[in-house]
Design a protein around this ligand. Structure first.
Ligand code: H79
Length: 587
């Protein structure tokens, strides 16, 4: 087989160093000067990015020897789906010639859509590098008649147009390399040596990518690594080379606690809400990441705008993918849709950029975003009687209300049974999403949820109805689901407000995961005036949740009662990965 891998002497040095001194990373690397919070500033402000999946698979467009990729499966997976032999895929890639590629057109599309960052597949699972690589000649410059460095041209266009360049790099999966993960049709699984792959190809290519193309906004890893140590090496490599560059959570394995600067939902995943860490959802404009000529399931602009607003209302970033065609051009329907989204962003970008998660609930008419003293009401469904009803505003004082597009025309504000009523124009100003601005007298304060149940139902307390304090945060992981962790001392806690309708005894069960080394840590459970002293038991690895019996408490009075869990000592580690607390009637 025709393969070239050039071990870089300097590179080996960097890796040797990082392997040897992982524990001293904080003192040694420049990264100690830049905090995760600082790195995240642009990301949390910008909210909206363009994901581009482009590689030799784009030219196959979802078809191999007359066989079609089934709908709903990413066309970039075609090599794996049909077990295409490496030599045949390589031969196909020999002819990859996206002659109409124009970096300014791609970057211009992102810009016109109101997107602020662009994530480009420098190498996807097929192992083909979309830039000039000295690590392997299996790359766009050395392997194809095209011979141009796409990433370099994108970097120049991004700098010119003010879009932040980012790379996607599949760090473990590589169907071309005998040691890479995933190709078990050409290569013997038992002979694979993943560490050799990481040292010989994955890290050296990452080194090239982070030293030759100027500042990168983030590295978007995918699928994770096998061990925590491997993932830590990758994080550290990025930190060493570009301390300001973000690392997404998929650097580490799905089954382990989160790593990197922010977390990605599962592909196309949308959380119910509540996440208290920076996060992003990777979404697609049709039904595939890499281009497929069979896929015409384009989302209309209204759906794109609603998904963007939904994501931003929950505090997340929306990374929207388009797969360019094999000739290097963007599919025409994608361009038309994104331009419409861009028109909306031109008028309403203020309600997206720099906003934070909204404490208000989801409404039948739409969603809300918040920035300073302003609340943006995104009206997706125009009320039939032209009156917008905004509940849950409590004692917050609304000083003025107006359409974002017409700030001079103030709306009349009425109050009825604690609900704010806003008469709207009869003609819908924007069928995609009309934004109404509420100017508040101060920061929005919304009452925490009250957990109420019927006469004999158990109370299920979890991240959705709990209130975190201190370092305790609500998080998401693909294996671990929604959970609360990062709490290490008595200032960190989770509180629930219950409304008791049935007095009596309740059995208490807690569900959590704890590593062996967390065993024996003490915490307290307070239910009204009773406090139970509890001890963490080991459950297994990260996210090996188990349910533990904590005994019985009594709820002697009907009405409100507070339930709280907090660490009873200060620890160098997480108390536990908390999932839920159940109070079951014991009668
Ligand atoms: O790059 C895109 C995907 O190719 C990548 N992540 C996004 C951003 C991805 N890697 N792994 N996965 C997604 C999950 C794997 C799903 C699979 Fe399948 C199920 C692989 C084989 C069965 C999807 C469905 C692909 C082929 C059929």
């Amino acid at each position: 087989m025709n393969r070239t891998r050039v071990g870089l002497v300097g590179m080996v040095c960097v890796i040797g160093l990082s392997l040897g001194s992982r524990l001293h990373a904080q003192t040694r690397s420049q990264s100690s000067e830049v905090t995760s919070e600082q790195r995240l500033q642009w990301f949390q402000h910008d909210k909206f990015g363009l994901f581009i999946h482009f590689g030799p698979y784009s030219a196959l467009a979802g078809e191999w020897n007359g066989q079609r990729m089934p709908m709903g499966s990413g066309a970039e997976w075609i090599m794996q789906r049909f077990n295409i032999p490496v030599k045949d895929y390589r031969e196909m890639a020999r002819h990859f010639n996206p002659a109409k590629f124009n970096a300014d057109a791609w970057v211009g599309l992102a810009k016109a859509t109101g997107m602020k960052y662009l994530v480009f597949t420098a190498k996807h699972h097929d192992g083909f590098a979309m830039y000039r690589s000295q690590v392997s000649d299996y790359n766009i410059v050395d392997w194809t008649p095209f011979k141009r460095d796409i990433l370099k041209e994108l970097a120049i266009a991004c700098r010119k147009q003010g879009i932040r360049l980012c790379i996607y790099y599949s760090q473990r999966e590589d169907w071309d390399d005998p040691d890479g993960y995933g190709n078990n049709w050409d290569y013997d699984r038992s002979k694979k040596n993943l560490d050799r792959y990481l040292e010989m190809k994955s890290k050296p290519q990452l080194h090239e990518l982070l030293t030759r193309y100027g500042p990168m906004g983030l590295v978007w890893f995918d699928r994770g690594l096998d061990t925590r140590g491997q993932a830590e090496d990758f994080v550290e490599l990025v930190r060493d080379l570009q301390p300001r560059c973000l690392v997404n959570g998929r650097v580490g394995s799905y089954g382990q606690d989160l790593m990197g600067d922010y977390q990605d939902m599962g592909d196309r995943g949308m959380p119910v809400g509540g996440i208290e860490e920076p996060w992003e959802t990777p979404q697609i404009l049709n039904d595939t990441w890499g281009y497929s000529k069979f896929d015409q399931e384009w989302k209309p602009p209204s759906v794109v705008i609603h998904l963007l607003v939904e994501t931003v209302s929950k505090g997340g970033n929306y990374l929207l993918n388009v797969g360019p065609k094999g000739d290097g051009t963007m599919p025409a329907p994608a361009v038309a849709i994104l331009h419409k989204v861009g028109v909306w962003m031109q008028q309403n970008g203020e309600s997206i950029y720099g906003t934070t998660a909204s404490p208000l609930p989801e409404y039948t008419w739409g969603r809300t975003t918040v920035k300073g003293y302003k609340v943006y009401l995104h009206v997706f469904n125009w009320p039939a009687d032209n009156v917008l009803r905004v509940s849950h505003l409590g004692n917050n004082q609304v000083k003025a209300a107006y359409l974002l597009a017409r700030p001079a025309e103030k709306l009349v504000i009425r109050h009825e049974h604690g609900v704010v009523l806003l008469p709207l124009p009869a003609r819908i100003p924007d069928v995609n999403d009309t934004v109404v601005v509420l100017e508040m007298a101060g920061p929005l304060k919304v009452d925490p949820p009250l957990v109420t149940v019927g006469s004999d139902a158990p109370y299920h307390l979890d991240y959705m109805n709990g209130i975190t304090a201190g370092k305790a945060v609500k998080r998401f992981n693909r294996k671990g689901n929604f959970f609360i962790s990062k709490w290490t001392g008595p200032d960190d806690s989770i509180t629930w407000h219950l409304f008791v309708s049935q007095t009596g005894s309740y059995k208490v069960h807690i569900k959590y995961a704890a590593r062996e080394e967390w065993q024996g840590s003490k915490y307290s459970l307070t239910v009204g005036s009773q406090t139970l002293a509890c001890v963490v038991q080991k459950t297994g690895e990260d996210f090996d949740y188990k349910t533990v019996d904590l005994g019985t408490v009594s709820l002697p009075h009907a009405g409100p009662v507070t339930v709280r869990i907090q660490p009873a000592g200060s620890y160098e580690h997480d108390l536990m990965q908390f999932q839920s607390l159940d109070l079951d009637p014991a009668y």
